[in-house]
Design a protein around this ligand. Structure first.
Ligand SMILES: C=CC1=C(C)c2cc3[nH]c(cc4nc(cc5[nH]c(cc1n2)c(C)c5CCC(=O)O)C(CCC(=O)O)=C4C)c(C)c3C=C
Ligand SMILES: [Fe+2]
Ligand SMILES: [Fe+2]
Length: 344
């Protein structure tokens, strides 16, 4: 444990009142890269009304008529290029499980705290893990959607799913949901360290650093989703921490899906335009992703790199996510301890 983290005292009321569960929840992942695993996963994902807010009569014919017939094959191929072959699973799953195991070790001073993990889509499900924590005696659960920047499509849908499970329970555990930590000092410092450490391994330096966040449709922002503002704040704090000018650092948005306008500037277009305009060396990081996944390893480290080179760029580097690193775990531990204190 690092010195600046607040420790719960042994006299903490949760010791007296029973066990507390900590449930880390990430987005999800298919069980395999084959057509039926991919289809099952995408179906669960893309029927979530927090993700696609179109009315069902408009969306379902497109989803079941086109998307679920073509996308599983295409995305399955992309997953194959980034699959963790040793564990036969996606890296998102590997990192989330590691984060849970490491969190349990870091909270050993709190023997009444149990740590577990779940996925919003796919396995292990939120409902199963809430039940398991309750069966293990947890009367309180800290529900931690692993997204530094709140969005309805990510944080809120994790909360919704947990409360859907609670609705079916006779004896519900008490739940604390973890809010965004987009401007947390430990988080910004961890990101800055990851940039500096990565760049120190290179024999060249980027002209521009791009902080690429997952996008959301512009219409969600106009309806009041705060996600864009949280991303901008993370970007500004990181730029300041790195001591970079506005010319040397950019915030962009990736993973556009469908015909609507999404948050801009788009990462893919930016990378292409920078290369065409003569920028030779860039670095890209993904501060909004707690773990590397398809969107970072394939869309950025593979596709964006290829596009940069194809359009005249010379050097491209992808800075890995915080994953299960020491710095990354410091961030998650700090957030969890802060929330546990709410019950003190
Ligand atoms: C179509 C709407 C989508 C919205 C809105 C959206 C928001 C959103 N997503 C993440 C994080 C991740 N998304 C990932 C994959 C992914 N995202 C969408 C669609 C939307 N996401 C799709 C269809 C997919 C699957 C891949 C594909 O078909 O292109 C992942 C990767 C999961 C993995 O297993 O690797 C993450 C992580 C955030 C943070 C976000 C809004 C803020
Ligand atoms: Fe997504
Ligand atoms: Fe993508």
């Amino acid at each position: 444990m690092t010195a600046d983290l607040t420790t719960l005292s042994p006299g903490h009321p949760s010791v007296k009142y029973g066990k507390v569960g900590v449930l880390l929840v990430n987005l999800g992942t298919p069980d395999g890269t084959d057509y039926s695993s991919m289809r099952r996963y995408l179906r669960e994902f893309l029927t979530d009304r927090r993700v696609i807010e179109w009315s069902r009569w408009k969306w379902y014919p497109i989803l079941f008529g086109i998307v679920l017939n073509t996308r599983p094959q295409k995305v399955g191929k992309a997953y194959e290029t980034i699959w963790n072959k040793e564990k036969n699973e996606s890296y998102l799953r590997t990192y989330t499980r590691n984060q849970s195991d490491l969190m349990a070790e870091r909270l050993r001073d709190l023997p009444n705290v149990k740590v577990d993990w779940a996925m919003r889509y796919g396995q292990p499900s939120i409902a199963d893990r809430i039940q398991a924590l309750k069966d293990d005696g947890c009367e309180r659960i800290v529900l931690f959607p692993l997204y530094p920047q709140y969005a309805a499509a990510t944080t809120a849908t994790v909360n919704d799913k947990a409360f859907e499970k609670l609705q079916k329970m006779r004896w519900q555990p008490a739940i604390r949901t973890v809010p965004q930590y987009h401007d947390d000092e430990t988080y910004i410092e961890a990101l800055a360290n990851s940039v500096n450490r990565h760049l120190s391994t290179l024999d060249w330096q980027p002209e521009k650093i791009i902080a690429s966040f997952h996008g959301i449709p512009m219409s969600y922002f106009k309806l009041g989703d705060p996600y864009y503002c949280f991303c901008q704040k993370t970007g500004r704090l990181l730029r300041e921490k790195l001591g970079l000018s506005e010319d040397q650092f950019m915030v962009t948005f990736q993973s556009r899906f469908g015909p609507e306008e999404w948050l801009q500037p788009y990462t893919d277009k930016t990378v292409e335009e920078l290369a065409r305009a003569g920028t030779k060396r860039i670095a890209v990081l993904n501060p909004g992703f707690v773990s590397d996944c398809l969107e970072t390893l394939e869309e950025i480290a593979e596709q964006a790199a290829e596009s940069f080179h194809h359009n005249g760029g010379d050097k491209f580097t992808h800075i890995p996510c915080l994953n299960d690193s020491e710095d990354g775990m410091n961030v998650l531990e700090k957030v969890v301890r802060r929330e546990l204190l709410g019950w003190a």
